[in-house]
Design a protein around this ligand. Structure first.
Ligand SMILES: C[S@@+](CC[C@H](N)C(=O)[O-])C[C@H]1O[C@@H](n2cnc3c(N)ncnc32)[C@H](O)[C@@H]1O
Length: 192
């Protein structure tokens, strides 16, 4: 939004709560003129319709909620149809040996501790339940503030599906050097 008056952003979610969070916490940080160029709407991204953007950002691993191959492919087809010619679909993805087992990661912040916990991993279905807990300073830990029931997709599966959905190319952007850490995060960009 800060790039200039010719830019617009459209946020979509089936759930009203994250949309309201954005209205309450993120939109106020923009100037009124910038805010007018943002629309937030409750929409199932598997249904056709909506804007025709240059860039679709499916971030925070949201598409991991789409567990079936045909459902994820339908989503990618929908994205490709929505995009303008030459447009890009950008997806973040995580994986690695560390995501194939139970585990908890702790990150200390000034006023709170953040926990990312994976409750398990099913090697047959590649499904996992992950949760976020918080421990505010001086207060007790609040567990399961967010719980995700996910299919842990792999990079080659996603690239195959993007190709089948009609994207002409996909590129993987790797964070850091060549070493594969026990848990990694990468970006996949698919060109219409
Ligand atoms: C990991 S959260 C990310 C929330 C938020 N977009 C963010 O980045 O912080 C995944 C979101 O995907 C939404 N979602 C799942 N299936 C969806 C669908 N078919 N259409 C639109 N949103 C969907 C969920 O309601 C949930 O808010």
């Amino acid at each position: 939004m800060k790039l200039g008056p010719g830019y617009a952003a459209h946020g979509r979610d089936v759930d009203a709560e994250p949309l309201q969070y954005g209205r309450d916490h993120n939109l106020p940080r923009l100037a009124p003129e910038q805010r007018r160029r943002v629309t937030l709407a409750r929409q199932d991204v598997l249904k056709p319709g909506g804007p025709s953007p240059d860039l679709i950002l499916a971030q925070n691993f949201s598409y991991f909620a789409l567990k079936k191959r045909e459902t994820l492919k339908a989503y990618f087809v929908n994205c490709r149809k929505s995009l303008r010619p030459g447009g890009v679909l950008a997806l973040d993805i995580f994986g690695g040996a560390g995501t194939h087992k139970r585990g908890v990661e702790r990150t200390d912040h000034r006023d709170f501790v953040f926990y990312w916990e994976q409750y398990g991993f099913d090697p047959v279905t590649h499904e996992a339940r992950c949760a976020i807990h918080f421990k505010p300073k001086g207060r007790r830990k609040v567990k399961d503030v967010f719980v995700c029931d996910w299919r842990l997709w792999t990079i080659p599966e996603i690239r195959d599906l993007l190709r089948e959905a009609g994207f002409r190319a996909s590129h993987v952007y790797w964070e850091g050097g060549g070493a594969v850490e026990s848990t990694w995060i990468a970006m996949i960009a698919a060109e219409k």
